[in-house]
Design a protein around this ligand. Structure first.
Ligand SMILES: NC(=O)C1=CN([C@@H]2O[C@H](COP(=O)(O)OP(=O)(O)OC[C@H]3O[C@@H](n4cnc5c(N)ncnc54)[C@H](OP(=O)(O)O)[C@@H]3O)[C@@H](O)[C@H]2O)[C@H](O)CC1
Ligand SMILES: [K+]
Length: 500
């Protein structure tokens, strides 16, 4: 199963938290070696299922329990009749606990990794490092891993591809690139955060018998962005509903030659179920917008006074500000005014960059108001608003998004192939259904519009961002490679249709 097909409620635990869960499970009476036997059996089963024709395997075992999984997997493959050659990166006598037991139960020879010979093998089982990786891989082990990389043999990884940090998804020195990764009990951030996600191939989550209560007790408020997280917040169409009950979104347009982004957002918002959408354009952009809009309304908002007048109409209950709007003090002023009136605001693109030198102003406006605010930065915009968080190499993308949400008081949707959405209260999700071809000009404008549409339908900010990211990804998958943002805006399905 590819990650985009994952359903269900999935907590994501850091390797450290997973270790605590393991220890708690074992303390509660569960046999640790039994967990390892199930883990190892799942790895050998994965190999046999996906490479049934393979005539020989090499198994690379490291110094810890990840290596222990490798010994068990080697035994499973040998018992299934596959010739196996096993290599250890350390003196096998150094193994302890369950890993030592697994080593003792392996009947075949143990070769030194320094003698690695991959000829006449067709598959590599990577059990060098998993959750315990805590520093860059160097020296002889790194060299052996480079040999495996250059062999181009398919790799099945135990828990994580060796060299990929389970906490951050960063490569520590060098990493193996797996076609399949078999992981246990819960997913780890490194399975979904780039670049780690690209090294994992298909990720298979295996229940090895750790009680759910232990996983729940260590829940870190981080989940995979699946419909199960927010399905009860999807706006339901009501028979008695009218267009205003589905909200009225205002989308600010840039000047004469910068109007397309706002229309993409507006169009997406209407598709995503907003009752009414109005493009709010400066005088210079009225004609160019009017030439392209039909179901979407248009209003001249050029000045602060125009905005004040507009805000008298309480029915316009949410705004998208930023796409194509231009960077500058006018943008900051509009954002502050909207936030002070407690209307929902999606601050995107130029709306974010405008606060580059006065991010604290934005954060204090948000703190002073009650407006639901969603910031939607890509990496460049993120580093303009939160330069210290962006520069801190110890932090994962999840950490950064969470700290940004805490600091700003806004829900932060930190874009990328691994979009992370974080709320000021600490909740976070990683979105995984976005295909690579969704990274196309105007795609972010569409996403901003979808979020706006959900906000004006009174979906709470965190769920609005999470649902929107998911809808955006689904539309991208549905439309396929080569889509343009125009196709995307046309292809958005309202959530009640998408999730019926
Ligand atoms: N999730 C579960 O329920 C189960 C998981 N299992 C498997 O166990 C591993 C985690 O095992 P652990 O022993 O904690 O860690 P590793 O095997 O990943 O690492 C072992 C040691 O390797 C050393 N290390 C770390 N980084 C490097 C490096 N860059 N170069 C060389 N050595 C490194 C470090 O030891 P030191 O003493 O040298 O610091 C690590 O402690 C998990 O991933 C699963 O595969 C269980 O089998 C079943 C239950
Ligand atoms: K591994």
């Amino acid at each position: 199963m590819t990650v985009s097909e994952i359903r269900g409620h999935h907590p994501i635990l850091t390797p450290k938290a997973m270790g605590e869960v393991d220890r708690a499970a074992i303390q509660s009476g569960i046999d640790g070696y039994r967990l390892m036997l199930i883990a190892g059996a799942a790895i050998s089963a994965c190999v046999l299922e996906h490479y049934p024709e393979a005539t020989g395997a090499i198994v690379l075992c490291g110094p810890g329990n990840n290596g222990g999984d490798g010994y068990v997997a080697a035994r499973g493959l040998a018992e299934a009749g596959m010739p196996v050659r096993l290599y250890s990166s350390v003196d096998p006598e150094r193994l302890k606990g369950d890993a030592a037991t697994a080593r003792d139960d392996w009947q075949g020879p143990i070769h030194s990794l320094a003698d690695l010979d991959w000829r006449d093998s067709e598959i590599v089982i990577d059990a060098l490092f998993g959750a315990g990786l805590d520093r860059p891989v160097e020296g002889a082990v790194a060299e052996a891993m480079m040999t495996v990389v250059s062999s181009e043999l398919p790799v099945v990884a135990a828990d994580l591809p060796s060299g990929v940090s389970g906490r951050t998804g960063e490569v520590q020195g060098v990493a193996l690139s797996a076609e399949h990764t078999v992981t246990f009990a819960t997913y780890k951030p490194g399975h979904f955060l780039v670049p780690g996600a690209d090294y994992c191939g298909d990720v298979h989550l295996i229940d090895i018998g750790i009680p759910q209560r232990e996983i729940d007790a260590h829940d870190q408020n981080l989940w995979l962005n699946t419909p199960e997280i927010w399905s009860d917040r999807i706006p339901e169409p009501k028979l008695s509903g009218h267009k205003y009950s589905k909200g009225h979104l205002g989308v600010f347009s840039g000047a004469f030659s910068h109007t397309g982004a706002a229309r993409l957002a507006a169009h997406s918002a209407l598709r995503a179920g907003a009752g009414l959408v109005t493009v709010l354009a400066p005088a210079s952009a009225i004609a160019s917008n009017a030439a392209h809009l039909t179901a979407i309304m248009l209003r001249n908002v050029s000045s602060d006074e125009d905005l004040d007048a507009l805000l008298q109409d309480q029915r316009m209950n949410g705004f998208v500000l930023g796409p194509g709007f231009g960077v500058g003090e006018k943008t900051c002023g509009f954002a502050r005014t909207i936030i002070s009136t407690d209307r929902a605001l999606v601050l995107d693109a130029d709306g974010l960059t405008s606060f580059k030198d006065n991010a604290e102003d934005l954060f204090s406006a948000i703190a002073d108001g009650a407006a639901p605010v969603i910031l939607t930065p890509h990496a460049g915009e993120f580093s303009r608003l939160f330069p210290d968080l962006a520069a801190d190499t110890e932090l994962s993308k999840v950490d950064r998004a969470r700290m940004a949400a805490d600091r700003s008081g806004a829900v932060v949707l930190y874009k990328g192939a691994d979009t992370v959405i974080a709320a000021p209260d600490g909740r976070a999700v990683i979105n995984v259904n976005a295909p690579p071809w969704l990274a196309t000009a105007g795609s972010g404008d569409c996403l901003a519009g979808i979020i706006g549409a959900l906000l004006v339908q009174h979906v709470p900010a965190f769920e609005a961002a999470a649902i929107a990211a998911y809808m955006h990804g689904e539309a991208g998958m549905e439309l396929g490679e080569g889509l343009t943002a125009d196709d995307l805006a046309d292809g958005i399905l309202s959530p009640s249709v998408l999730f019926e």
